[in-house]
Design a protein around this ligand. Structure first.
Ligand code: COA
Length: 306
C-alpha cells in the first residue's frame, strides 16, 4: 500500500499495477459489496485525503483537499499527496467514480502556493510546474469518471485540476478563473489546452488573456461546468451524479470514457474503429448478460465488473 494507512482489512481485492499511468485495459473487478469497509487515508500529505464510501455507495471514492491556512494552495507537499492519491486510485479496480472536493469552506483550491514559490529558483519552479502538469494529466486519464465539486474559489491550478476532471459541478457562489497572466506567467498545468477544449478557443482566450474571474452561473452558461446549483449544494448534486454512474456497468463506463477521450484525439475513421474496440470489450462480460437477464426478470441488474 506504500503511502497509505489502511484503516480496515478488506484488501484482498486490491490489484496493484506497476505502471505510473493507468491503463485503459480492463482488469478483473471485485465484488463491490466485499470492499465496503475499506478506507484509506494519505499519510505523507495531511492536506490530501482519500476516502471510500461504503455500503450502497461502495465504488465511489472521494479525494478531499484540506489545507485551510492557504486556501488549499498547492505546494510541494500537497502535490506529492495528489500524486500518491491519484496513483492509488489508478491501481484500485474497485473504484468506479471519483469526486474531488474541498473540506475548506468557500474555496475549492487557490492554485499554486505563491508563498512557497517566492522561495523557489526558476529551475525549481519549472520542475514543480512540470510535475503539476504531469499529475493533472495522470488525473485526466484515470480510467474511471472524475467529478470536481467546486464551492468557492477555483483559481489557477485549482481550475486546472477541475478541468482535468470529466465533470465539474459548482455552487452559484463559485469563482472560477485563470489569473496567471496577471502574475506575469501563463497557466502551466494544462489550462491553456484544456480550457479551450471545454469552452472553445474564443472564450478561453478572453478568460486567459484578461484573467477575468467568473461566477458559477456564467461558468454554466459557457459550458465550463455541468451543473451550477445553490451555494453549498454542489457536493449533494455531485453525489447524485456519482451514484447514477456507480449503478451502471463498470466496464461500460470505463470503455465509454476511453472511447470519448481517445476518439476525440484521432481522425473519424480511427475514432469509430476505437468505438468498435471499446464496444467489443463490453461484449464478452458477465455484466452484459446480467443486464439482459435483469431486463427479462424486471429487476435491477447487479453488476460485478466482470
Ligand atoms: N498561495 C499561497 N497562499 C495563499 C494562496 C496561494 N495561491 N491563496 C491564498 N493564500 C493565503 C493568503 O495569503 C492568506 O494567508 P495569510 O493569512 O498569511 O495572509 C490566506 O491564504 C487566506 O487568504 P485570503 O485572501 O485572506 O482568503 P479569502 O478567503 O479572502 O480569499 C482566495 C481566498 C482564494 C479568493 C484568495 O486568497 C486569492 O485570490 N488567492 C490567490 C489565488 C491565485 O491567484 N491563484 C493563482 C495562482 S497561479
Amino acid at each position: 500500500m506504500g503511502a497509505f494507512r489502511v484503516l480496515s482489512k478488506s484488501l484482498r481485492h486490491y490489484t496493484p499495477k506497476a505502471s505510473i499511468f493507468p491503463e485503459n485495459s480492463i482488469t478483473p473487478r471485485p465484488n463491490k459489496w466485499l470492499c465496503r469497509t475499506l478506507i484509506l487515508e494519505s499519510a505523507p500529505s495531511q492536506s490530501v485525503n482519500l476516502h471510500r464510501l461504503s455500503d450502497s455507495d461502495s465504488g465511489i471514492v472521494e479525494v478531499s483537499l484540506e489545507r485551510p491556512q492557504v486556501r488549499n494552495a498547492i505546494g510541494k507537499d500537497m502535490l506529492k499527496g495528489l500524486q500518491n492519491t491519484f496513483e492509488a486510485i489508478s491501481k484500485d479496480s474497485s473504484a468506479n467514480v471519483l469526486l474531488i472536493r474541498s473540506k475548506v469552506p468557500k474555496v475549492f483550491c487557490a492554485g499554486a502556493d505563491l508563498k512557497e514559490r517566492k522561495m523557489m529558483s526558476a529551475t525549481e519552479v519549472q520542475d514543480f510546474v512540470n510535475k503539476l502538469r504531469a499529475t493533472f494529466s495522470f488525473l485526466e486519464v484515470l480510467p474511471i469518471p472524475t467529478i470536481a465539486v467546486i464551492e468557492g474559489a477555483a483559481l489557477g491550478g485549482g481550475l486546472e485540476m477541475a478541468l482535468s476532471c470529466d465533470l465539474r459541478i459548482c455552487g452559484e457562489d463559485a469563482v472560477l478563473g485563470l489569473p496567471e497572466t496577471g502574475l506575469a506567467i501563463i497557466p502551466g498545468a494544462g489550462g491553456t489546452q484544456r480550457l479551450p477544449r471545454v469552452v472553445g478557443r474564443s472564450i478561453a482566450k478572453e478568460l486567459i488573456l484578461t484573467g477575468r474571474k467568473i461566477g458559477g452561473r456564467e461558468a454554466m452558461s459557457m459550458g465550463l461546468v455541468n451543473y451550477c446549483v445553490h451555494a453549498g449544494e454542489a457536493y449533494l448534486k455531485a453525489l447524485e451524479v456519482a451514484r447514477n454512474i456507480n449503478e451502471k456497468g463498470p466496464i461500460a463506463i470505463r470503455m465509454a470514457k476511453r472511447a470519448i477521450d481517445q476518439g476525440l484525439e484521432v481522425d473519424r475513421a480511427s475514432a469509430l474503429a476505437l468505438e468498435e474496440e471499446c464496444y467489443e470489450q463490453t461484449l464478452h462480460t458477465e455484466d452484459r448478460l446480467e443486464a439482459l437477464a435483469a431486463f427479462a426478470e424486471k429487476r435491477k441488474p447487479r453488476y460485478t465488473g466482470k
